[in-house]
Design a protein around this ligand. Sequence first.
Ligand SMILES: Nc1ncnc2c1ncn2[C@@H]1O[C@H](COP(=O)(O)OP(=O)(O)OP(=O)(O)O)[C@@H](O)[C@H]1O
Length: 314
Amino acid sequence: MIRAQGLTKRYGGGARAKTAVDRLSFEVHPGTVTGFLGPNGAGKSTTMRMLLGLDAPTSGHCTVGGRAYAAHSAPLTEVGALLEARSLHPGRSAYHHLTALAHTHGIPRSRVEHVLATTGLTDVAGRRVKGFSLGMGQRLGIAAALLGDPATLVLDEPVNGLDPEGVLWIRNLLKAQAAEGRTVLVSSHLMSEMAVTADHLIIIGRGRLLADTTVEKFVRESGTGSVKVVSPAAARLAELLAGPGVTIGGDTPGTLEVRGTDAEHIGRTAAAHAIPLFELTPHTASLEQAFMDLTHDSVEYVTPDGAHLEGAAA
Ligand SMILES: Nc1ncnc2c1ncn2[C@@H]1O[C@H](COP(=O)(O)OP(=O)(O)OP(=O)(O)O)[C@@H](O)[C@H]1O
């Protein structure tokens, strides 16, 4: 369990003072993957650095597993971390890198074999790290994070620069780690990736909390999610679904575009009235739009015509 309370980080002073993290409070629970989202410069990395004791908060505090990170006697067995800027000794092999880390932290060598297998690096374990591709480097960073068999994982942008196979691999790994009861906090500025990886979302903008919710609730409450329904009795179904907060559109006969309720409710309503359905498709593509709507006012880098730079809320 991770807990941040009133977490604040200010850089510099006077007119040039910059508040990177602003009175942030949230909890991250075990057994779920929690996505930590925000546009570029929102304060995600700074928050993670504070959680890991690499930056001191200006005010507020944070705990991992009930204590400040520095108060853990064997932090690697409590928290495994992957930060964006990693320092690897280029001349060392992956195996050597992990054994050195295990040795200095009193972790048995058997764990090295285990994490090499988990991250698919067994066959290249003897190769020097300097010859590693970006994806292999990410896998090695994750192997190091898993080394101490920690109860908590904190990963900063683990899918950055990975190919689709690597992205899928990380997604499945994170879900498996959470299913084993670990607390998993993973940052990203990609809403679409988090929508399929995370169960819970913490969204920040300009260092402030914008949303702390489940993926499912975020979609539902954003009001932009819709469900496409195709039925030979579309008109009758539309009458049954009509109600407060529900809007029903659709340009093609027999097709409805339903907003304000979910596919489960539509399916149950249709079944209860013996209405056949040919299609029932929730559209989650609008998630990206909901994220952009939420973070729009918090985007740091905006061009004069209003377009976001650097894919700020991509
Ligand atoms: N050492 C520092 N000194 C001054 N300002 C800093 C420092 N580190 C971060 N900042 C500023 O704090 C803000 C938050 O940065 P941070 O890197 O935490 O954001 P982020 O959400 O991780 O962004 P990104 O998605 O681009 O990695 C930014 O405006 C950044 O310029």
